[in-house]
Design a protein around this ligand. Structure first.
Ligand SMILES: [Zn+2]
Length: 156
């Protein structure tokens, strides 16, 4: 198996439109992987013409789940598309993160799991290398999706 597939596979990333570069940076506490998101130009959402590939966005930083003791950061470059007839721009979408968000779904699941096992928010944040406000946001999202009965009695 090529190294490139190996990285994607070990991070359990399923989106076929994401490709990892062979190179990554290793620091004493974390690893940074570089990837890009690209696919054929879609139809324009406002005029229905076919869009064309444009440039890549500045890479966004995506905190990912820890890997053998290393915190993992993915720098993902997303393809931009431009409509030739109306000039509308669009950014490539991925199943890895929700639109306009930087926290991968897999990390949000992990936050929920940790909240349910009643870990302190500050511990969750430092374990997952994210901010406490990210943990709060996920808590709010989770609460609004379910009724509040999920909280153990001694917490409510
Ligand atoms: Zn258009």
């Amino acid at each position: 198996m090529e190294q490139i597939d190996y990285i994607k596979d070990s991070l359990d990333i399923k989106d076929p439109n994401i490709t990892f570069e062979k190179e990554f940076d290793k620091f004493s506490t974390h690893k940074v992987f570089y990837a890009k998101l690209d696919y054929d130009a879609p139809q324009c959402s406002s005029c229905q013409e076919k869009m064309a590939k444009y440039d890549f966005q500045k890479p966004c930083k995506i905190p990912y789940l820890e890997m053998v003791g290393y915190k993992v950061l993915i720098r993902l470059k997303k393809r931009r598309f431009k409509c030739k007839s109306c000039g509308k721009m669009a950014v490539a979408k991925t199943s890895l993160v929700r639109e306009n968000h930087q926290i991968p779904n897999i990390v949000n699941l992990k936050i929920t799991e940790k909240l349910m096992s009643r870990e302190a928010m500050s511990n969750i944040a430092s374990d997952l290398a994210i901010s406490v406000s990210t943990v709060y946001r996920q808590l709010n999202r989770f609460e609004s999706k379910t009724d509040l009965n999920w909280l153990p009695e001694n917490m409510s």
